[in-house]
Design a protein around this ligand. Sequence first.
Ligand SMILES: N[C@@H](CCC(=O)N[C@@H](CS)C(=O)NCC(=O)O)C(=O)O
Length: 227
Amino acid sequence: MKVYGFLFSPPSRAVEITCKLAGVDYEFSSLNLMKGEHMNKDFLAINPRHCIPTIVDNGFTLWESRAILQFIVNQYAPKSTLYPAEPKARAKVDFWLNWDMGSMYSAIFAAVYPKLGFFPMPDDLPAKEAKLAEQIRFLDGSIQAGNFLTGKNITIADISIACGLTMPCLVNPKFLDDYENVKAWFGKVAALPEFAGIHGRFQEFVGQMMAAKAEEENNKSKVKTSF
Ligand SMILES: N[C@@H](CCC(=O)N[C@@H](CS)C(=O)NCC(=O)O)C(=O)O
């Protein structure tokens, strides 16, 4: 399977982690969004919507990360508890995936991405932060101590939601401190070697990005002071 993605992107990391947990071999093709690599004509021919993650599996193309996670398990690990087959258990996972898409990740996107410099700062940032806090409070109240979101097994919903939460934690490492259950659950997900490996690479990448930015700022100020 070929995975087109970018380490900085939470949904892209969720796809890689799911491949690893499901034991699926994949070839990763990195498209650096900051350099506009997702707009190259070869990728546009695969995904005219130019978003990552996108997979191509034996000629089958799919994007939308949560649909990809469902496909990976359905296709390659149908008996896995990552996406249980029993209808009610599966419905719970689908509930969390839909909640993530419609409520959680969209709240993260609105409140956090402007702070990362991807969008102009909105006038109503406090309202967007309040909306995000409301989602996390809901999550905090839903997690049962010691469990993953739907019980004792990790599922693709845990992976998708935990990857999204890495973004507010990037802006504020203490972000989860007020949410005891979420913090404990996140720690449990992040401790899985498959998650930890990708998450470690993401953190390394962020470190390099910040160092490059600092260097750029430093060079700019040198140019300014030389006049
Ligand atoms: N709902 C989509 C979101 C995909 C998405 O927006 N990806 C971003 C990176 S996180 C992207 O590719 N942005 C560039 C673009 O859409 O042109 C998913 O979960 O896959």
